[in-house]
Ligand binder design. Sequence first.
Ligand code: MLT
Length: 203
Amino acid sequence: MKHVYHPPKNGSTKTLLLLHGTGGNEEDLLPLAEMIDPDAGILGVRGNVDENGMNRFFRRLREGVFDEEDLIFRTEELKQFVDQTAEEKGFDRSRVTAVGYSNGANIAASLLYHYDQPLDQAYLFHPMVPRRDIERPDMTGIPVFIGAGSNDPICPPEETEELERHLRESGASTELYWAQMGHQLTRDEVDAARTFYDKQKGE
Ligand code: MLT
C-alpha cells in the first residue's frame, strides 16, 4: 500500500497508524499526529480503493452503505500491511495506535471488529458502525476515543452511540466526545483526543 513512514523519536516505542477520509491521502493526518504525539512514529497509509478519483479504504454501495465483502477483504489487507511493515521497519507492532477520520475511522473500527487485539489504542474521528450481527473479539484493555458531531449528516448520533456500546460490550475502554458540529474534524475534539491519549501514558 502507498504510505509514508517516520520512525519514532526521543525514545518513544509508539507508532501512529494514520487513516485518511474519503478523497484523502497518506499525508492528510500528519498534522493530527503531531498534535496527539509528536514523538511517536508515523505510518500514514493511502487506501487502495479508487472511487471516481477519490482514495478510500474499502468500497461502498452508496453513501453510508458499505460493501461488506470488500470491507472484510480490505481490512485483512490493511492488517497484513501493518504486520509486514512492522517487520520491515522494525517498529513495535504491539504499540500501534490507529488514528482515523471518517472512512479511515471506519476501517480502524473494522480492524477491532475482526481481529484479536490488532491495535494498542484507537482514535476514531466521525466513525460509523462497520458491521452488525457478528461476534466481535475481546477488546479488553484497548482504549478507544470517539470524536463525533451532534449534527453529523453522515453518522447520526444514534449510530455513534451504537458503536460505542459495541466497543464497550466487547471490553474496550471508550471515551465519546461530542462536538456541536457536523462531519468535520474540530480543534476541540483533537484536544480532547490528546487529553485522552495523555491519560493512557504508562498504562
Ligand atoms: C464511509 O463510506 O466510510 C463513510 O460514509 C464515511 C465517508 O464518507 O468516507
